[in-house]
Design a protein around this ligand. Structure first.
Ligand code: UD1
Length: 347
């Protein structure tokens, strides 16, 4: 297939490029090299045979030209992360909402009907918890007063009891709690609008916390693994927020790339959301300890600090992706974190 990959010069995009080529596809990349991601101002030389176009997904003409003689689109280009402050709102909306709608409208004009969209687990907000009395339940937003008092787990909205985190399936309610999360929900909805109007197909991949070689670092939008690596490199202890027991699922970037390529190849009708996680929830403290161990750095410090936009636990059930396109993660947590520490030290 001839595939247009937006954001192909990014952390995930580079791995998707490599796997698309390995699977025999022709790849064209559209990437804007936005300065908050590519901070050293450098561009990147793509692998042989890959066509790189520098352009923004909000630029109608650039997108339309990039779509010439293309069979399928993988749309990764986005502004990621939690954001620095509320002033970031317009940039999330412009890059993620307007960028996606520009791509979708151009695909419709060109008659291209196959899309793979990078979405995120953050679309679920606090996800689902299990109350000993009320069973599966959707926690409400965490109150600042509770966080300040060190009550980090959102309680059962009916009886106030502690909830155990559950694996979230794709049909769970969407409940975005940050600008980034809102823009990912919007991207999914625009994609569904497009598919209904054009008959196109879309796989919407809700990625879990992605890590691995090339993890973006030293930017205000970096994820927690990159932040901990930076601290450890400076000889400082990783600073673990809340009580460190918040759960995530760290999934290796090569597994994410494999899921993305498989979805692009095999998902050919309808609109389907797929969670993409390793299936092994880990606490933030465990992750910090694994990195500190791999880098022989100081043990993590639990600070009790909190960020209002953070959700407590995000853990996915990726059964659908395993049973439909037939994806399997291959990199386990210890191996992946060890490799990350080793490679990062040599960067
Ligand atoms: C991350 C990604 C998001 C992606 C989502 C998928 C970033 C910034 N966020 O969100 O793009 O869609 O995974 O699941 O890449 N923490 C600390 N110490 C720190 C920084 C953070 O303990 O110095 C804690 C946070 O309080 C939070 C957890 O680490 O509980 C994860 O934070 P982070 O990686 O920023 O964001 P996610 O919400 O997991």
């Amino acid at each position: 297939m001839r595939v247009l990959l937006t954001g192909g010069a990014g952390f995930i995009g580079k791995q998707v490029t490599a796997q698309l080529i390995a699977c025999g596809h022709e790849v064209r990349i559209l990437d804007s090299f936005r300065p908050d991601v590519h901070r050293d101002g450098s561009t990147w030389t793509p692998p042989e045979g890959v066509e790189l176009r520098i352009g923004d997904v909000r630029d109608n003409e650039a997108v339309e030209q990039a779509l010439t003689a293309i069979d399928a689109v993988i749309h990764l280009a986005a502004k990621v992360g939690l954001g620095v402050d509320i002033g970031d709102l317009p940039d999330y909306a412009a890059t993620n909402d307007v960028g996606t709608t520009t791509v979708l409208a151009a695909m419709a004009r060109k008659g291209i009907g196959r899309l793979t969209l990078a979405s995120s687990m953050v679309v679920y907000g606090e996800g689902i918890g299990r109350c000993p009395e009320h069973g599966s339940t959707v926690p409400g937003p965490r109150l600042e007063s509770a966080l300040a008092a060190g009550q980090f787990d959102p309680p059962c909205p009916k009886c106030g009891r502690r909830l155990d985190a559950e694996l979230v399936p794709e049909d769970a309610r969407l409940d975005p709690r940050s600008a980034y999360a809102s823009s990912k929900v919007a991207q999914e909805h625009y994609t569904s609008n497009w598919a209904r109007a054009t008959g196109g197909s879309a796989a919407m991949l809700r990625y879990h916390n992605v890590y691995g070689p090339g993890l973006p670092r030293d930017t205000p939008y970096a994820g927690v693994a990159a932040i901990f690596m930076s601290m450890l490199r400076k000889g400082k202890a990783p600073s673990v927020f809340e009580d460190g027991k918040q759960r995530r699922d760290f999934i290796h970037v090569r597994d994410i790339a494999a899921a993305t390529v498989l979805a692009c190849e095999r998902h050919t009708s309808g609109v389907t959301a797929f969670n993409v996680g390793s299936g092994r929830p880990t606490t933030i403290h465990e992750m910090a300890a694994a990195l500190a161990h791999a880098l022989q750095g100081p043990v993590p410090v639990v600070t009790g600090q909190y960020r209002l936009g953070d959700v407590r636990h995000i853990t996915a059930d990726s059964a659908r992706l395993r049973s439909e396109p037939g994806w399997r993660p291959t990199v386990d947590f210890e191996t992946g974190m060890g490799e990350l520490a080793r490679l990062d030290s040599s960067r």
